[in-house]
Design a protein. Structure first.
Length: 482
């Protein structure tokens, strides 16, 4: 164990040195003509941070903090005298989207801690789970129901629904070591891929989604908020969810068709939970109120972040959640660190002129192509580049701003480019078994071999393209978005 630990530390140190070497190499490389030195140096730091996200020499939070430390020491965002270095490096933590995501994680913790998420999922299984295919639709229904209520796809998929899927598989005598193809393989694949669709359907469906929303504001100057995000996704999302269990049923047909034993298991778990508790009822009321406020923003003017924190405050005042439970929600505070730091770097790239310089270069490369083929080719490149990334956050952080900048430079309408990249930022995680937290958790249950996961993932990727592009384009045209 000690040798393994030493080897792991050595590997982490080696990967960290690669990240530092990349940043130093870019820093010292000849600066492109027409680009300010501070912009080039900040781009070098940003590249080192993204390399850290990919190679993972340490968790994302420390990687970002090291990047911000370099920003402060070198004063690339300051006035040249060091007086603004630290203040500028911390500016991202005042961004509204950072606190939206933190609030979302705290709300997700409430759904999980009160048992509300588990109860809703089990009720869906009880209602739809008469057959194995019905269990697939029960998983899809639970994801759709919890999608806007649990604003974290890791908490929703990995913390609530993956354990239920494993329990239902065992109820059908399907285990990783024996009988995986009886039902478990099918249920695991449906659960993982349904999670990605609901993550795409809501701004708060995945922690890094606000990065896309912020990029839309920076590049196009539009607000692609919770209501707009959900409105654009509702039609293609529902079509995709309706087809997913059928497609996977054809790809990995389960040996067991009768799902009644799993229904009985769900009923047993509901019996153990007992009647609805006061905490569950209050939590339900809070989330229904939040959904109403999010979807009626034009009537009252309250932003998405304010509504989320009104929900957090209500849960605290009603004692549904106490502060100690929220403080121990480490994912919320870890996200605060890395997301605020990434926004500092992204804002700096914009303010120092790097984004404008990149847009000029992109316009020269792609400016002669027709508008619709341009955006579709860019989406395909963005979509399948996920094979080279180990997590959605790194993929979004590294690429979405650049691709939207190219779209803007080639005069692609904002409400055509932004929805495509917003939704495919999550759907692209279908292609591998290492793309996001929930996918890793589902794969880790041991029901699906790696080769099968990649094969099914590729076919599901084609399903998303066949649904979200034609259906999405028609729906957004009906909304007069483009």
């Amino acid at each position: 164990m000690k040798e393994q630990s030493t080897g792991s530390r050595t590997g982490s140190l080696f990967r960290l040195l690669i990240c530092i070497g990349l940043a130093l190499g870019l820093w010292m490389a000849p600066r492109p003509e027409g680009l300010d030195p501070s912009a080039w140096h900040l781009a070098a730091i940003f590249a080192g941070v993204i390399a850290g996200f990919l190679l993972q020499p340490m968790p994302m939070g420390p990687v970002v903090l090291l990047g911000l430390l370099v920003v402060s020491v070198t004063d690339v965002l300051g006035d040249g005298e060091g007086s603004l270095g630290m203040k500028a490096a911390l500016s991202g933590y005042g961004e509204e989207v950072v606190w939206l995501v933190v609030g979302a994680f705290l709300l997700a913790g409430a759904v999980q801690n009160t048992g509300l998420g588990q109860r809703l999922a089990l009720l869906m299984v009880k209602r739809f789970g008469r057959s194995t295919l019905g269990l697939g639709y029960a998983q899809v229904s639970a994801e759709l129901l919890l999608g806007p209520l649990v604003p974290s796809n890791t908490a929703r998929g990995g913390g609530i629904l993956a354990p239920i899927a494993a329990s239902l598989s065992r109820a059908l005598d399907s285990h990783p070591e024996r009988g995986a193809t009886r039902a478990g393989r099918y249920l695991i694949l449906v659960g993982a891929h349904a999670n990605l669709i609901t993550a795409a359907m809501f701004l708060t469906g995945m922690a890094a989604n606000p990065l896309v929303s912020r990029a839309a504001q920076d590049v196009y100057g539009i607000e692609f908020g919770w209501g707009e995000w959900a409105l654009g996704a509702i039609v293609p999302g529902l079509v995709g969810l309706a087809l997913l269990p059928l497609v996977i049923f054809k790809l990995e047909r389960p040996e067991v068709i009768d799902g009644r034993p799993a229904q009985a298991e769900a009923q047993k778990q509901l019996d153990r939970m007992g009647p609805w508790t006061h905490r569950e009822l209050v939590c339900s009321a809070v989330f229904v109120t939040m959904l109403v406020l999010w979807s009626t923003k034009p009537l009252h003017g309250m932003g998405t972040t304010l509504v989320a924190w009104l929900g957090v405050g209500t849960l605290l005042l009603s004692r549904v959640q106490d502060w100690d439970e929220m403080v121990h929600n480490h994912r919320a505070w870890d996200t605060l660190i890395w997301l605020g730091g990434i926004l500092t770097l992204a804002n700096g790239l914009r303010d120092t002129g790097f984004v404008k310089w990149f847009a000029g270069r992109a316009e020269g490369v792609a400016g002669e192509l027709p508008m619709l083929p341009t955006v579709l080719v860019l989406v395909l490149v963005y979509y399948y580049s996920m094979y080279g990334f180990s997590m959605l956050t790194a993929h979004i952080s590294a690429m979405v701003g650049a691709f939207l900048t190219i779209c803007a430079a080639t005069e692609v309408p904002a409400l055509l480019a932004v929805p495509l990249f917003a939704y495919f930022s999550n759907l692209c995680a279908c292609v591998t078994n290492y793309s996001s937290g929930p996918v890793i958790i589902y794969f880790g249950l041991g029901y699906v071999p790696t080769r099968t996961w990649f094969r099914v993932g590729f076919w599901v990727s084609l399903l998303h393209l066949a649904v979200w592009i034609p259906v999405g384009l028609v729906w957004w045209k009906m909304l007069r978005w483009w």
